[in-house]
Design a protein around this ligand. Structure first.
Ligand code: 4G0
Length: 226
């Protein structure tokens, strides 16, 4: 899968996604990330990409032309049904289901806004959907885009190894993960639950299922009603 990221901070994207699991996915050719610098498409002699909002008010708005030209510069490389996703606090909340849906695509464009947002005509003209990673405001859409790339990439076959893949199953059953322990058997006077040391596989499975349910009830009761 190829991700095209339209941004004012391409180095932030490249640096942020150049580690561990995502790096391996890129190195193995399973995923590809192209950060396109919107500022390169400014026609202003000072390379400006923002301007004052019509009607007045606080803050600046990203102008439509540099974003449009940045998009047109990659358009010939995009698949026919490639979504153009605007990372915005006004979008639908990103979920594991949404990550699963996107992971089936050939490619996706992620548009990162700054300032008070972007000129509405870009949303009408090129954006196909808006996604939010949660109800909070960030300085820019880059951290949101990187979150989406990470969550989607780890669902693409071959990006995770066999061991790492098990971690996906925990959220897929809609329950939280059971408690995990490693050596030593006692730490600060706290013992690892005896059942885990017993070697009785059936009992271990039963205990873990109970713990998952209890934990979900306590920490995320909203998940149980789904
Ligand atoms: C668009 C995404 C983009 C509009 C982006 C800000 C949070 C998220 C941005 C604004 C972002 C998120 C109207 C402030 C850039 N912040 N929750 N910041 N406004 O996904």
């Amino acid at each position: 899968m190829k991700f095209y990221i339209l941004t004012l901070f391409p180095e932030m994207i490249e640096e942020g996604l150049s580690h561990s699991i995502i790096k391996r996915g890129i190195d193995e050719g399973i995923i590809d990330i192209e950060a396109v610098n919107i500022r390169d498409f400014s026609k202003d002699k000072h390379k400006r990409v923002d301007d004052y909002p019509y009607g007045g008010g606080a803050g600046m708005v990203m102008q439509p032309q540099p974003i449009y030209d940045a998009y047109m510069s990659i358009k010939h490389k995009l698949s026919d049904n490639c979504p153009v996703i605007y990372m915005s606090p006004q979008g639908r909340t990103f979920t594991q289901d949404k990550a699963q849906e996107l992971s089936a695509l050939e490619d996706a464009v992620l548009l990162c806004g700054h300032y008070e947002g972007i000129d509405e005509r870009i949303i009408e003209e090129i954006v196909t959907e808006e996604i939010s990673i949660g109800d909070f405001i960030l300085t820019g859409g880059e951290l949101a885009a990187m979150t989406v790339v990470d969550a989607v990439s780890r669902l693409i076959p071959g990006v995770l190894n066999k061991e790492e893949s098990h971690m996906n199953e925990s959220f897929s059953d809609g329950l939280l993960e059971y408690p995990q322990y490693t050596r030593p058997p006692e730490f600060m006077g706290r013992r690892v639950p005896e059942v885990l040391l017993s070697g009785h596989h059936g009992n271990v499975e039963k205990w873990r299922r109970e713990q998952s349910l209890k934990r979900t009830e306590k920490k995320r009761p909203d998940l149980l009603n789904k």
